[in-house]
Design a protein around this ligand. Structure first.
Ligand SMILES: [Zn+2]
Length: 504
């Protein structure tokens, strides 16, 4: 059967999106493959379709629980029952049952930390893995924007599994990061299929302001004028909340905030309402978006700049997946980057904190490999916040084997210093792009080492575009539906029920 026929029969699509067929053919030819396809091209199809054609099981490593759940749901919607997700959400008993029945499943999603437990790895070794999938493979690289120390061990895992056919998928990776992926996974002979990060149907515009107030007024003007649905990105949870409340007060549409500080249930509800068109605007932090498969998002506005181009490309890439004209606005007040610098500093432990840690470890003759159970005590003593604590523990767990405490801590300080420098550089690069007078698109592509040969209509604010393309035609905006009496839970239940009915 031809690939197109399988595509139609299994997934109901008539055509492949760009890159998909090439990636699938490479895998079916037995080649390890690194694929970089822009956001919105349907990367999951690249392993799902060959999964059906290969004998054995498909093992998918995914960095985020929400992303994993989304892909599991997607397969189930397509009628695939033979799928399971193994992650920390499973109870002890559920995990035990899952392990026993593992050979029954075609698609096995797993978080990297689960994979590294000996019991799970031993079980995986007994399976016939037809395809090993590394989703969001840029997480392997320390110099990527989303490094996960656990991802470094995937090379070891791959070896343990007898080097199965492997695909590394990512949407954004510089050549340095791609080199790291290939080295770590030991897939030197792999096929590299690299597509441009360019999304021609998304216009890019930057606007400068002197004062916060001006910027806020412009934001309100934009969301009133632009055709939705849309997403506004903020770097602060508080700000996302406040702006959503402000916009509602102004009578602007069905808008809700979304950030990591909300309860899981609330986040799920907001996401579902947005997907189903009951909300037309989300005031979000970067926590929103991964795994959001909404085709018709018409605009993305950055009220705060992102920390690097990789995030920018991913965030604006949520717009226009249906191929229709969409727009990305960046609103910038000089000095906005201070907030970004503060944020990265807050994520990394500083030298005095590491010295405090070192003294404590020396004093208590504690093996840095073995800090489990000391989280609370060390947070208090060294003043770590949650992110700093996780990073520190991850680092020590992964890099301290066979070293003495003081050399580990010295290396850790150096690592933090380099990481801070790299992150600062990325922020400065964004600021340069914001202030530059050259075509936004060309510069963005140059960052990803592409040789842009582009002729884009409605390209960017420097090349010129017509705002009317993006303005709404139906006025006035609908008012917030007033069903306060219905509780969150009832509304969530209703939406999930409808979703289930649709799936049937
Ligand atoms: Zn341009």
């Amino acid at each position: 059967m031809k690939l197109e026929e399988i595509l139609k029969e299994r997934f109901g699509y008539s055509n492949f999106r760009s890159g998909q067929k090439e990636v699938i053919s490479s895998l079916l030819a037995g080649k390890n493959t690194l694929a970089m396809l822009p956001t919105g091209t349907g990367k999951s199809l690249c392993y799902q379709l060959p999964g059906y054609m290969l004998e054995g099981q498909v093992l998918i490593v995914s960095p985020l629980l929400s992303l994993m759940q989304d892909q599991v749901d997607q397969l189930k919607v397509n009628g695939e029952k033979s799928v399971i997700a193994i992650n920390s959400f499973l109870s002890f008993d559920e995990k035990l049952t899952a392990m026993k029945q593992l050979s029954r499943f075609k698609f096995i999603f797993i978080s990297p930390e689960m994979m590294l437990t000996e019991q799970v790895l031993a079980r995986l070794k007994s399976l016939k893995i037809a395809l090993f999938v590394i989703d969001e493979a840029h997480c392997i690289s320390q110099w990527g924007h989303d490094f996960r120390p656990d991802y470094l061990k995937l090379g070891y895992v791959r070896k343990q599994l007898q080097n199965p056919l492997t695909i590394a998928l990512t949407a954004t990776a510089t050549s340095e990061v791609r080199g790291d992926i290939i080295r770590t996974l030991s897939i030197q002979e792999s096929e590299q299929i690299i597509y441009s990060v360019n999304r021609p149907n998304i216009t890019m515009a930057v606007e400068h302001f002197h004062h916060y107030r001006e910027k806020r007024d412009r934001l309100i003007q934009l969301v009133t004028k632009l055709e939705g649905p849309g997403i506004i990105y903020f770097s602060s949870k508080k700000m996302a909340e406040q702006m959503a409340a402000d916009l509602r007060l102004q009578g602007i549409g069905n808008v809700m905030p979304y950030h990591g500080g909300l309860e899981q249930e609330t986040r799920m509800l907001i996401q579902q309402q947005f997907l189903h068109g009951q909300l037309d605007l989300i005031c979000a932090t970067s926590a929103f978006g991964m795994g959001i498969n909404k085709e018709n998002i018409r605009y993305v506005i950055h009220f705060h700049m992102p920390m690097q181009f990789e995030s920018y490309v991913q965030e604006i890439g949520r717009a226009g997946r249906d191929g229709q004209p969409s727009i990305a606005f960046m609103l910038y007040t000089s000095g906005d980057e201070t907030l970004q610098h503060q944020l990265i500093e807050g994520e990394l432990p500083d030298e005095p904190q590491i010295t405090l840690l070192e003294n404590w470890l020396q004093e208590h003759k504690t093996n840095p490999q073995n800090l489990a159970g000391l989280e609370e005590e060390l947070s208090l003593i060294c003043g770590f916040n949650e992110i700093q604590l996780r990073l520190t523990f991850d680092y020590l767990k992964n890099y301290s084997l066979g070293k003495n405490i003081s050399s580990v801590c010295d290396e850790f300080k150096l690592y933090i210093k380099k990481r801070l420098e790299s992150k600062r550089r990325k922020i400065e690069e964004m600021v340069r792009w914001i202030s530059s007078e050259k075509c936004r698109r060309i510069q963005l592509l140059e960052y990803f080492e592409e040789m842009p040969k582009i002729q884009n209509s409605d390209c960017c604010d420097h090349c010129g575009f017509s705002i009317t393309t993006f303005e709404r035609t139906n006025f006035p905006l609908h008012k917030q539906r007033d069903n306060e009496e219905q509780s969150w839970k009832e509304r969530l239940a209703e939406i999930l029920l409808r979703k289930r009915e649709e799936e049937r």
